[in-house]
Design a protein around this ligand. Structure first.
Ligand SMILES: Cc1cc2nc3c(=O)[nH]c(=O)nc-3n(C[C@H](O)[C@H](O)[C@H](O)COP(=O)(O)OP(=O)(O)OC[C@H]3O[C@@H](n4cnc5c(N)ncnc54)[C@H](O)[C@@H]3O)c2cc1C
Length: 365
């Protein structure tokens, strides 16, 4: 059970035990497991829920005054929270609201992403329809340049409004300033920990044709079809559901953090080693050009080559029976269980192919 908030200077105590620092709600010892899609994570020493930008500023000030680290939490769908919890302030982003200005949708960070996609699609605004069904919040999407089924948010993000913890001011990062690339932006690389996203403005296309770059989608509709945005978003959700990649309380395969490993980007000559180690021709190794003489390899294929197939079990952790890249909590798993499986996979792939897989979800604690 979470403990009631202690009395803190500058914080008035409310009935029910939850403390309030002016407007931001500060609670203590809140288990993080319930805030992550993996259902794993020990307690946060302090847990603040921000519903306004002022709340964000106050929570940052609260952490600073006490010299505590601060972690920004969205929907917890790209997060592996440690069993010992977090000895600092977790700032839960719950700012809500969407405004339309022409073809630009301005969405507060705490808006649920999939519902926002549906709003865009309903308004016949094209650009994010293939990103339907991805869990998490709007504020989480620029962080790792969320992408799927032939689209990524880098294509449509116009600006990202953030609290800059270095200068203690609100700034609006342009698309170029976000430094988007495959599953990355400045927010999760060079400037990690600096910016707290409070709003993302998406520049969409009125009346644009749905994106059908992805083979699974083209197969779904058949050659020459010109489906509406609504149909494409629904098809993406259906395809994802079939792979356990939408959150569904009735589907144990969806108790995951999505893809657990990034597709590795390696020098082109690594292809030869992979081909020799896997006993197939270079042409038979799936790969795509990634620019600058580099290639991208599918992490799922590498895992399957070394025996980490769908349904693989290691104690209370395992691999989804419908998606090779989704590490799942099979029930009662701890972060240590997931980490043990991760290490086993990373070491096996490293030994066989000389490639070090990178974990996609963020680790906390
Ligand atoms: C079943 C499933 C399927 C998925 N499919 C995909 C997919 O197809 N493509 C894809 O790209 N991802 C996918 N994901 C991963 C995940 O949904 C996305 O990365 C999502 O955008 C994370 O958002 P979140 O709000 O849950 O972030 P969280 O998990 O809460 O946080 C992730 C990181 O973002 C930071 N962050 C979150 N909000 C903010 C903010 N407002 N300001 C600053 N930093 C912030 C956190 O500090 C943390 O570092 C999937 C996950 C699951 C569980």
């Amino acid at each position: 059970m979470p403990e009631a908030s202690a009395s803190i200077p500058g914080v008035t105590q409310e009935s029910g035990g939850a403390g309030r620092l002016e407007s931001v709600q500060m609670e203590q010892n809140i288990p993080l497991a319930g805030f992550t899609t993996l259902g794993i994570g020990g307690p946060a020493r302090w847990f603040a829920t921000a519903t306004t930008e002022d709340d964000v500023v106050e929570a940052v000030g609260f952490a600073r005054e006490r010299n505590l680290p601060l972690f920004v939490l969205g929907g917890g769908s790209n997060l592996l929270a440690g069993d010992a919890g977090f000895d600092g302030v977790v700032l839960h982003m719950a700012l809500r609201g969407v405004q339309r200005e022409g073809n630009v949708l301005k969405a507060a960070a705490g808006e649920p992403w999939d519902a926002f996609v549906q709003q865009a699609v309903n308004a016949e605004l094209q650009g994010i329809e293939c990103l339907a069904g991805i869990p998490g919040t709007v504020g989480g999407t620029p962080v790792q340049n969320v992408g799927a089924y032939g689209q990524e948010v880098a294509e449509t993000v116009r600006t990202v409004r953030c609290f800059d913890a270095h200068t203690s001011t609100f700034v609006e990062l342009t698309n170029a300033e976000c430094g988007f690339a495959y599953r990355t932006s400045v927010l999760n690389s060079s400037q990690r920990g600096r910016y707290i996203v409070t709003r993302v403005d998406y520049a969409l296309h009125a009346g644009g044709a749905a994106c059908l770059k992805y083979a699974d989608l083209r197969r779904h509709f058949g050659d020459g079809a010109v489906p509406s945005l609504l149909l494409v978003a629904e098809a993406v959700r259906t395809i994802r559901r079939g792979k356990g990649m939408v959150i569904d309380a009735g589907d144990p395969n969806s108790r995951s953090a999505g893809s657990f490993f990034r597709n590795p980007i390696v020098k082109a000559d690594v292809l030869l080693k992979v081909s020799e180690s896997s006993g197939v021709s270079e042409d038979a190794v799936p790969h795509w050009p990634a620019g600058d003489g580099l290639i991208k390899l599918p992490a799922a294929w590498l895992l399957e080559q070394v025996g980490f197939v769908r349904g693989y079990v290691m104690g209370r952790a395992g691999i989804s029976s419908r998606h090779t890249l989704a590490v799942i909590n099979r029930g009662g798993a701890s972060a240590a269980d997931v980490i043990a499986l991760r290490e086993h996979i990373v070491q096996t792939v490293q030994q066989r192919f000389g490639i070090t897989l990178e974990q996609e979800p963020v680790t906390l604690g």
